[in-house]
Design a protein around this ligand. Structure first.
Ligand code: F6R
Length: 606
């Protein structure tokens, strides 16, 4: 999705902004632009394509100024092109925007009637025109922006710069925007990694906030013009965490970070000696009164929810309903005040998940979010939040977010089970011992990376893959297929293995590798039956199992063995070889692994 950065300070802003913009590249984009205000006028440069293209142009342009804005655009309205790239300008006002202005056509017609001339196809361009329209009536920038924002419908994070007043304004509604607080300088950005090398002190703007930067001072008001106070919060992420650190891609780095990320998720929460799990600052409703648990998310986080459902229902016998956030609120869900609604999101900024949580809250449910990003909208808006502590996830394909989310769900199940009296201290202790061993076991799967890379070389030219799993292994199959398709552009689909003979079996021939996730659990025998059916049709099996002596191993084209663990934790180990397989296939095919086409890291529009 679009990325915004801004600077107000004493240093030359150009390099700072371009550097910050490259740190936002992972979000996905198709064009980039910058506006700088020096001693004279605002100068703008925009380019279709990568930030690197913009950087090249700027080298010769000697753009100077200590106030500025920059933007990466992910096209929604109008094709990717220089003309549609941000910043957009009207008079002496320039604007960068992330989000969607739903009533832009109506506003555009009205503004055209008042003599405004539009040059792009974007929804964004109405914003600078609206602001200048108010300014023509004698209002200053702050009032003009306030009134303009009140006319907008939809979602926005905006950076606005006005030449004649040398003022920068940042405002948001349903799209993320943060302020970085430096020494005598301020930054604005769509997310923390963009400016973490500049500061670790942030203000997380709330909806309808407007931060106004003028002459090294900042104040925050709301769109009604009232002063608001927002806390400056320090985050423990470092610049190094948002860099590749010697790995060829962020995705590979993040796959390898999983042992540490899971350890960090457990830190301070898994209290083995006492047989306790504690989430500091989390005040869950009395579990005995919970009618139903909802687990709602998108993409990879939704797959983690499906595993969470399995964990909770099996152990706690509380009904759990999972849903894709994009579906949840449009089906008039039957939510009661006795329900616990769990929203799961790496970024905490996924528009559909936020909307779903708001819907559940409006129907009286208690809300809990499982998030990775401090200060994100879901983290702020849920009554309770459990952070995954995975560190920044920059690669578009989610990896460590998934395994840390499952780890949180495992701990949550123990915590609720203890309160319900289902687990005694000894049960908790034993289960904590299992999860404590997980980082070491993940490390041993990672040690197999060279052989998985070799397997990738053997399978990279197949154009279609099937992934099968049963029970708790079905979401792992879905996640494995998602990883492969999103970064390699190879068609991959996943099915519950038992469903295969109800349709997908028609696809199987010797040109279709079938990835079967089959640990030695309660689904083992049934999964063997499914593999027999695949083989009978000359399907080529890639077997993932914790059982070295798996009865299908001798006939599988490939076998990747993972260590054994508790049934509920097996997906954490089974997904790692699938992440690596997807990564190596995509890399061998020469794909842009960290920024796959058409995808955005944080989907902040519905
Ligand atoms: C897939 C992927 C996406 C995200 C989804 C939700 O690799 O990254 O499917 O999982 O967009 O994002 P979050 O977890 O930030 O809400």
């Amino acid at each position: 999705m679009c990325g915004i950065v801004g600077y107000e300070g004493t240093r030359e802003a150009c390099d700072i902004l371009i550097d910050a913009l490259s740190r936002l590249e992972y979000r996905g984009y198709d064009s980039a632009g910058i506006a700088l205000l020096g001693q004279g006028e605002i100068r703008i440069e925009r380019r279709k394509g990568k930030v690197e293209e913009l950087r090249k142009v700027l080298k010769g342009a000697a753009l100077k100024g200590s106030i500025g804005l920059a933007h990466t655009r992910w096209a929604t309205h109008g094709v990717p092109s220089e003309r549609n790239a941000h910043p957009h300008r009207a008079g002496d006002v320039v604007v960068v925007h992330n989000g969607i202005i739903e009533n832009y056509l109506e506003l555009k017609e009205h503004l055209k009637g008042a003599g405004h001339v539009f040059i792009s196809d974007t929804d964004t361009e109405v914003i600078p025109h609206l602001i200048t329209d108010h300014a023509r009536k004698g209002r200053d920038l702050v009032d003009s922006v306030r009134l303009a924002l009140k006319e907008l419908k939809g979602s926005w994070a905006v950076g606005i710069l006005k030449e004649s007043e040398r003022t920068l304004v940042a405002a948001k509604n349903q799209s993320p925007l943060i302020v970085g607080v430096g020494d005598g300088e301020y930054f604005i950005a769509s997310d923390i990694p963009a400016i973490i090398n500049m500061t670790n002190r942030f203000i997380f703007l709330e909806d309808n906030d407007m931060a106004i930067f003028k002459g090294r001072d900042m104040r925050i008001i709301n769109v009604d013009g009232e002063d608001v106070v927002r806390e400056v919060r320090q985050v423990c992420w470092t610049a190094g965490m948002a860099e590749k650190g010697g790995y060829s891609h962020f995705m590979l780095k993040e796959i390898f970070e999983q042992p540490q990320a899971i350890s960090d998720t457990l830190l301070g929460r898994a209290r083995e000696e006492e047989g306790e799990v504690e989430f500091e600052g989390v005040d869950l409703p009395d579990p005995a009164g919970i009618r139903k648990i909802w687990m709602v998310a998108c993409g990879t986080s939704h797959h983690a929810c499906m595993i969470g459902k399995n964990l909770i229902e099996t152990s706690l016998r509380i009904p759990v309903e999972t849903d894709m956030a994009s579906e949840f609120r449009y089906r008039d869900p039957i939510v009661s005040p006795r329900d616990l609604f769990i929203a799961v999101s790496q970024s905490g900024e996924t528009a559909d998940t936020i909307a779903a949580m708001r819907e559940a809250r409006s129907r009286g449910a208690s809300t809990l979010s499982i998030c990775n990003v401090l200060g994100s909208t879901l983290a702020r808006e849920a009554e309770n939040v459990v952070f995954t502590h995975a560190g920044p996830e920059i690669g578009v394909a989610s990896t460590k977010a998934f395994t840390t989310q499952i780890s949180v769900m495992f701990l949550l199940t123990l915590c609720i089970g203890k309160r319900l009296g289902i687990f005694g201290p000894q049960d908790v202790r034993e289960r904590l011992r299992e999860i404590r061993a997980i980082p070491r076991k993940v490390r041993s799967v990672l040690d197999e990376a060279p052989s998985i890379q070799a397997a990738a070389a053997r399978y990279m030219f197949f154009r279609s893959f099937l992934f099968l799993g049963r029970g708790i292994n079905f979401p792992t199959a879905l996640e494995g297929a998602l990883k492969l398709k999103e970064i390699s552009y190879i068609h991959a689909e996943a099915h519950a293995a038992g469903e295969m003979k109800h349709g997908p079996i028609a696809l199987i021939d010797d040109d279709m590798p079938v990835v079967c996730i089959s640990p030695a659990d309660r689904t083992y025998k049934k999964a063997c039956g499914n593999m027999e059916e695949v083989m009978a049709r000359k399907g080529n099996i890639i077997l993932i199992s914790d059982d070295e002596t798996h009865e299908m191993a001798p006939r599988a084209g490939e076998m990747i063995t993972v260590p054994r663990t508790a049934y509920e934790l097996q997906p954490i180990l089974s997904i790692v070889p699938l992440q690596l397989l997807a990564y190596y296939i995509a890399d061998l095919l020469g794909m842009d692994v960290d920024q796959p086409r058409n995808l955005a890291k944080s989907v902040t529009v519905e």
